[in-house]
Every structure is written in structure tokens, then in C-alpha cells.
Write a protein that binds this ligand. Structure first.
Ligand code: HEM
Length: 106
């Protein structure tokens, strides 16, 4: 499968209740603007779980690999995360939503 940002925008509908992608506004979840290349748990002004803050302190950076594993199984990858989302099952949905989020990253 390829990475399809337009398809990813549709997948992002599942994230929108809690996240924005195009501004720095935090909602229930942190803004995902500039996500690729960002240290986990580091968006200014958002109160993360200890688990997510610790993941970042441990050196976790959001790239295609870490995002793919986290989005498949958030609670399995960051044990104790307060993101109340089961994750995405389909590899294509994961790849596409990452392609979508990349557009808002440096
Ligand atoms: C955290 C992505 C759906 C609530 C995060 C992080 C990412 C992410 C990458 C870590 C951000 C960082 O370290 O700054 C996504 C994507 C989603 C999605 C791509 C859809 C496929 C949701 C939904 C909710 C939610 C539906 C609310 C029900 C949160 C919260 C955090 C978070 C509260 C902070 C976690 C913590 O501090 O442990 N999300 N998310 N997310 N997300 Fe989501």
C-alpha cells in the first residue's frame, strides 16, 4: 500500500474529537501539529500522563516507526497512557494517517 494523505484525512476523523493537526491548540489530547520529529510528551501546555512524559524522557521520538506501533496499540506501547482510544487495526489506515500528519510537520 502507498501512503495516501487524502485517505489519511478521513482516518483522522477518528482522532478529531481529541486532537487538532493544523494549529497548536490542545483539546482532550495534545495538538498533533509538528508531530513528526517531536519528542513524545512534549507539546507545550498539555498535561500528559506520567507514562507519556516518561516515554519522552526515555528518548522516544515520533517518527513513522514509533507512530505506527503506538497507533496500532496505544496502551500496549505506552503502558499507562491516558489516550482513551483502542487504536487503528488496518496497516493502511495507520500509514495514511501518518502521511496526513506529515503534512503539518517540518
Ligand atoms: C496522545 C495520536 C485518537 C486522546 C497522542 C499522541 C499521539 C496521538 C501521536 C502522543 C502525542 C505527544 O506525545 O505529544 C492520535 C491519533 C488518533 C488519536 C493519530 C486517531 C487515529 C485519540 C482520541 C482521543 C485521544 C480519539 C480521545 C478519546 C489523547 C490523549 C493523549 C493522546 C489524552 C495524551 C496521552 C498521554 O498523556 O498519555 N495521540 N490520537 N487520542 N491522545 Fe491521541
Amino acid at each position: 500500500f502507498g501512503q495516501d494523505a487524502a485517505a489519511g484525512e478521513k482516518v483522522f476523523a477518528k482522532c478529531k474529537a481529541c486532537h487538532v493537526s493544523d494549529t497548536d491548540q490542545n483539546k482532550i489530547g495534545p495538538s498533533l501539529k509538528g508531530l513528526l520529529g517531536r519528542t513524545a510528551g512534549s507539546h507545550e501546555g498539555f498535561k500528559y500522563s506520567a507514562a507519556m512524559a516518561d516515554a519522552g524522557k526515555g528518548g522516544m521520538v515520533w517518527d513513522e516507526t514509533t507512530l505506527a506501533t503506538y497507533l496500532h496499540d496505544p496502551k500496549g506501547v505506552v503502558k499507562g497512557t491516558k489516550m482513551a482510544f483502542v487504536g487503528l487495526k488496518a496497516d493502511k489506515d495507520v500509514a495514511d494517517v501518518i502521511a496526513y500528519l506529515k503534512q503539518f510537520s517540518p
